[in-house]
Design a protein around this ligand. Structure first.
Ligand SMILES: Cc1cc2nc3c(=O)[nH]c(=O)nc-3n(C[C@H](O)[C@H](O)[C@H](O)COP(=O)(O)OP(=O)(O)OC[C@H]3O[C@@H](n4cnc5c(N)ncnc54)[C@H](O)[C@@H]3O)c2cc1C
Ligand SMILES: *[C@@H]1O[C@H](CO)[C@@H](O)[C@H](O)[C@H]1NC(C)=O
Ligand SMILES: *[C@@H]1O[C@H](CO)[C@@H](O)[C@H](O)[C@H]1NC(C)=O
Ligand SMILES: *[C@@H]1O[C@H](CO)[C@@H](O)[C@H](O)[C@H]1NC(C)=O
Ligand SMILES: *[C@@H]1O[C@H](CO)[C@@H](O)[C@H](O)[C@H]1NC(C)=O
Ligand SMILES: *[C@@H]1O[C@H](CO)[C@@H](O)[C@H](O)[C@H]1NC(C)=O
Ligand SMILES: *[C@@H]1O[C@H](CO)[C@@H](O)[C@H](O)[C@H]1NC(C)=O
Ligand SMILES: *[C@@H]1O[C@H](CO)[C@@H](O)[C@H](O)[C@H]1NC(C)=O
Length: 513
């Protein structure tokens, strides 16, 4: 799609929405306020003066504590629908809150004054024992889900490592774990969704029912509807998981050692027959001298992995100290989630937080990182030791056979099916609590630039689930979706939510590319 055409389409869409916004203003004056509307529909809600307001209002990221106008706590889809129609009738923007882990606090609206739908009452998890499709309520968290699926016939899903992350935001915008080269993203396991649309209609969508809605929800769910239940195709849990780590800190002695080691790892990744889809891994380095590699080999031969595969993988890092544990599925998840347990309280009973700013860089299989980019990255990491605190994770998404890159780019709004590495650059306060230290923001921006600037033709993008509030809407549209996917989503936004009820600062429709 040509950029000019896209600009024009976005401009028309915005003009239409302004006209519609004007008509909302007129109807608002004749309708009741949002509280009366919610009360008349029997929807439980909280306002600033409610006893438990702060427990409901607080986001995971304490750096961005937006104040909603009202938080509803629906008990069934019809109350979700009433929440949406009451908001639309009174000109409020809407976001759902699943696990609340949005890096940008978009599940608190991404601005003050939105209507937030807290999904904590949607907590059911069942597995159909003939199809092995799990039906999961949108208020559930990853750790509880993993345990329940395993208890229902040793089933499993690919997903991230933190037990407290919500299934809703995670599955709608990606969902990567050490099982993803074998099984793909959580998003790729969605086979159906129960949705409440902007007009309050309750629909079921899948590949054949409202296929365009199904396309848009998977990758841009925050802009298209409220998912109340997820239908996810589960996998057979592996009987063994080799959880491997190696301390690579000796390679931090200078940037060229670390850069050469990583280049050799990248070469291995792109060429070695030993890298089967059973293997997924990443590196972790921080501002305090830690540098390690860790990952999983699922259902692998421990002798072969220990003696041949892992030594080859880390051969470029002098003095590497490997450790391999052979674990069952649940113990492998426990090891990753540690020190947190898998069992996590839902909604307002959840009390873990951080105060942070993060950015991502997605690199492409077709454009492996150059030595110049790697040297620049490691120079920055080493020069800034003692600053922060901050860390940088580089996860492998691509390489031969990765299931993340198997679906076609136009099968869902998650259109990036060509990723090699995904960097997450993350800075936080020392205590994890406010106040924010403004020096951390440029430290993280500089780390991103250290990777991207030496490789101008790198075709770098960003990962939707590490939503970066410092991107302008235009940059977000470009980096998360690219022009052709974004253009398709603009058309669908007009069809399903022409009044921009589902809104955050980077929602579909805010960009004029
Ligand atoms: C500690 C931590 C660890 C993480 N680890 C990983 C990891 O290993 N792998 C990975 O891929 N990602 C990881 N992430 C990122 C995580 O996947 C995203 O932050 C994800 O979007 C969080 O989902 P949530 O439901 O908790 O978030 P929320 O903040 O509740 O929601 C995120 C977005 O989705 C929207 N949304 C929520 N529920 C619904 C719904 N029912 N219908 C429609 N829209 C909805 C919200 O409005 C918001 O815009 C991690 C994040 C944190 C904070
Ligand atoms: C609200 O609850 C009252 C009392 O239980 C009931 O009579 C009424 O029908 C309910 N209204 C809606 C919209 O569910
Ligand atoms: C506040 O939260 C506590 C703990 O969940 C709960 O017991 C109590 O009923 C809540 N009170 C109100 C008024 O919502
Ligand atoms: C949002 O509300 C909080 C609390 O009232 C306030 O401190 C903050 O400045 C507001 N933010 C914006 C952008 O208005
Ligand atoms: C990685 O592969 C490239 C291309 O084959 C080669 O030029 C480079 O020397 C290799 N790097 C290392 C560290 O082995
Ligand atoms: C940094 O590392 C030292 C030594 O391992 C440790 O004692 C200290 O707690 C670490 N600091 C932070 C902020 O992680
Ligand atoms: C990968 O896992 C499958 C089971 O899912 C197993 O059959 C196969 O042997 C494994 N491959 C390797 C190389 O370990
Ligand atoms: C693992 O591989 C080795 C070497 O190929 C082989 O001798 C051994 O039988 C294998 N172990 C299992 C459990 O398959």
């Amino acid at each position: 799609m040509h950029v000019q055409t896209l600009k024009l389409r976005a401009a028309i869409l915005l003009a239409v929405s302004l006209v519609q916004a004007a008509s909302i203003t007129i109807s608002r004056s004749t309708s009741t306020n949002v509280y009366d509307c919610l009360t008349s529909h029997n929807v439980t809600y909280l306002t600033e003066s409610s006893v438990n307001w702060s427990a409901y209002q607080v986001p995971f990221n304490l750096r961005l504590p937006y104040e909603p106008a009202v938080i509803t706590v629906p008990e069934d889809p019809s109350q979700v629908a009433a929440s949406v129609t009451c908001a639309a009738a009174t000109g409020l923007k809407v976001q759902a809150k699943g696990g609340g882990h949005s890096y940008a606090s978009y599940s608190s609206g991404g601005q003050n004054g939105s209507l937030i739908i807290e999904m904590e009452k949607f907590d059911d998890i069942t597995v159909d024992q003939s199809t092995f499709i799990a039906k999961i309520g949108a208020g559930q968290r990853l750790g509880n889900i993993a345990t329940a699926l395993y208890d229902s016939g040793k089933r499993a899903l690919p997903h991230g490592t933190c037990a407290g992350v919500g299934i809703a935001g995670h599955a709608l915008h990606g969902g990567y774990g050490y099982d993803s080269r074998k099984w793909g993203l959580t998003l790729d396991h969605i086979v159906g969704l129960d949705i409440v649309l902007a007009n309050g209609e309750e629909v079921y969508t899948d590949a054949t029912c409202y296929p365009d809605l199904f396309y848009a929800m998977r990758g841009a769910g925050d802009s298209f509807g409220i998912a109340t239940h997820f239908y996810l195709q589960t996998e057979v849990a592996p009987t063994s998981v080799l959880y491997f780590t190696a301390d690579l800190a000796a390679s931090l002695k200078d940037a060229s050692t670390a850069a050469t080691g990583f280049e050799q790892l990248q070469n291995w990744t792109l060429t070695s027959p030993d890298l089967t889809p059973n293997i997924t891994f990443g590196t972790y380095a921080d501002g305090n001298g830690t540098f390690l590699i860790r990952g999983w080999c699922m259902d692998c031969n421990q002798t072969v992995f220990t003696n041949d595969v892992f030594p080859e993988m880390i051969a470029g890092f002098p003095g590497a100290v490997p450790t391999i544990q052979n674990l069952g599925w649940i113990n492998a998840l426990v090891a990753l989630a540690s020190p947190d347990p898998l069992a996590q309280p839902l909604g307002h009973l959840y009390t873990e937080h951080d105060t942070f700013y993060a950015k991502s860089v997605v690199t492409k299989n077709a454009e492996p990182l150059t030595y110049a980019a790697l040297l620049s990255y490691w120079k920055y990491m080493i020069t800034n030791q003692g600053q922060g605190p901050f860390f940088s994770i580089i996860n492998l998404y691509g390489g031969p056979g990765s299931q993340i890159n198997v679906p076609s780019p136009d099968s869902s709004a998650y259109s990036d099916r060509s990723a090699l590495w995904v960097f997450q650059n993350y800075g936080h306060t020392a205590s994890g609590l406010p106040p924010w230290d403004p020096a951390i923001t440029p430290l993280i921006d500089g780390l991103n630039d250290a990777i991207t600037q030496p490789q101008p033709d790198g075709d770098f993008t960003a990962y939707l689930n590490y939503v970066d509030p410092d991107l302008t809407p235009d940059m977000a549209a470009q980096e998360y979706y690219g022009a052709s996917t974004y253009d398709k989503l603009l058309g669908l936004k007009k069809k399903f939510d022409s009044e921009f009820v589902f809104w955050n600062p980077q929602a579909i429709g805010n960009a004029i590319l």
